[in-house]
Design a protein around this ligand. Sequence first.
Ligand SMILES: [Zn+2]
Length: 399
Amino acid sequence: MNEIKGTRILGAPNAGFTNPMKDVYTAKLPIAGCAWVETTDGVVLIDTIARVSVAKEIFKRIKGTIKYIIYTHGHGDHVGGAAAYLKDNPEIIASKYLPDRLDKYKMLAPHRAHITAVQFNVPEIVRTPEFVYPTKTFLGDMTLKLGDKTFELHSVRAETDDAVWVYVPELKAAFIGDLIIAGLPNIGNPWKPTRFALDWAKALKDVRALNPEHVFCNGAGYYYKGEKALKILDYNIEAIYSLHDQVVEHINKGTHITEMIHEIKLPDHLANNPYLRPLYSRPEFFVFNVYRWYHGYFDDNPAHLLPRPENEVMGELYKLIGDSEIILKRAKELSDQDQAQLALEILDVPIQADPENIEARKLRIELLKNLVAEDYCLMSRNAWVYFIDKDKEFINSRK
Ligand SMILES: [Zn+2]
């Protein structure tokens, strides 16, 4: 059996450092980065990078005193390193909603340890996070002046409700956090609350309207300039509107969500765009997300308004079929016809009805391996890998 691996992006030991333009420096880890801007009266740090150990190295490299830290949002890879910079006693600025996010992360620490393990293919370790909270929060727009530079801050709802993007007119540079990442925007995440697709597109349009010459995105892990930066903004804006508007149309038509995720596609020129590759998120997750934002849980099937526990329903179906072999045989046939997902759902009947059905679990491992083989989206790939490992653990525990 070949070993199936997930995609890990956390934990890389070394950061990459750049000085892409005068007065601007960046540090980059695989999942996100940060940037610092020198002024004639001190430094403004935008995001802090994920880990304190790397942040300490950044702190050593920064020349001058850090007067302000700006959080582009409360995800751990943007706020996680803040403790390393506190000797300079900076003012820490964030959206008014960011402290609530940090509180929520503490409240849900065990759950978050679990979903982080599934999403990122890392061990499940519950930690109580030690966050550095902002010293000043705002909503709407805010302007900071420091030395020879101006920092225009805008709070928006996008990937999170606490997003902030920053424009420095003297540099014609926009620092947009995760409003753009390396690939399809992260508008759908199966484990996370809904993201704000329409507001996200509007925020990108506001960035675009400034005609920035320099765009720092993915927490400054990626940097684009000139025409290329404007084009990438345009691709992202068009992709968000395209998928969002299709979901709205389908909701109004009454299409079922399980049909919607397969029917909705990006037009070819965007689907094949190298800057919109589904490396982290994927269009199906986007569709689920926009649907969740606008639609209640009820899908117009009376059986689903107040459903019985799934394993009870599957138990009844299983009794009617009366034979695990028949189900496994059909699941294998479907798998041979490249219908691994359908086979997976059929196998759910014997496995939920009888979790001790080892043959069904063995077949599920094969189906999941088929799904992994063709999947390069980090989140779905890692989910398949997680459940392969869980089934293997279960089978080994029964030997
Ligand atoms: Zn983020």
